[in-house]
Design a protein around this ligand. Sequence first.
Ligand SMILES: [Fe+2]
Length: 322
Amino acid sequence: MAIGAAASGFGFSTQTSTVGEMNRGAFSQDGNQLTFYHDQIREPFKVMATADTHLFRDDERGEPFKAYSGRMAKAYNQTRHVKTGNITNPETCFLETLAIARQEQVAFVALLGDIFSFPSEAAIEWAEAQLKESQLSYVYVAGNHDWHYEGMEGSLESLRRKWVNNRLLRLYQGGNPLMQVREVAGVQFVVLDNSYYEILPEQLAFTRRILRSKRPIVLMMHIPLYAMGRKVGYGCGHPGWNAQNDRSYQLERREQWPEKGHSATTFQFYREVTQAPNVLATISGHIHEPTLDLINGMPSVVTDANAQGGYLKLFFAPSGKG
Ligand SMILES: [Fe+2]
């Protein structure tokens, strides 16, 4: 059973957790900066995590899709910067975030979904060109909007497969769109696509293998894990995630969530991740609010939307040398 505790704000920290076989090290939060200390981290390094840029640039190639992209093309044209309060926009915020990542010399940038409001070729090409120019190493995974054309016929599973393969594939740089792992100085970053809230059996098997390595793991995916007291939007593993509680399928013009809720695989994934002794944290987006929950003592962190300049700086350091 998950023990949920919601907290947000500044200066949150935990002591080293080594109960039984538990080895999550120590964690602290200062605004949008998270620091992890662990005895298996070989040397200090930084990672930048961001999500929900909601890029919407389009051109004549998008014309035939206007009936499916119209609402989201207008959703984030102008935004207010989370730090300065000034009027800005998703492209400016994306470029600002890449510039900070370069300055910080991060090991890589994690782009955790909803980088695009719909799978526009012009937006995808623009983002890829900016990433190339930045020379930053990056990993990308889809959110619920990246591959979604509202009102298009098909199951969520088939539409995800179609538009990931037809439009977004280049951003995976040869990696598997559903699951990737990247290692930096002893930390395993597991990046999963849970963009329609569900975990597939192959993703569970993949994660399970890495969990058993006993090495420190950071789990990254668009939709955060269920935390007690949270709404169904925190839906990966939420017991109330089902057709009856799906309030936005008509607005988003998509298949309704299943009558019976999550698959047994998704619940099993939730159990294994939240009970694993070596998951340092999960990092997600989707909610567009900076939040922190403790699930069975494991930090579950959501970044502010990058459409408004939000991102997370993750610092990793060997225990006692931070
Ligand atoms: Fe989003």
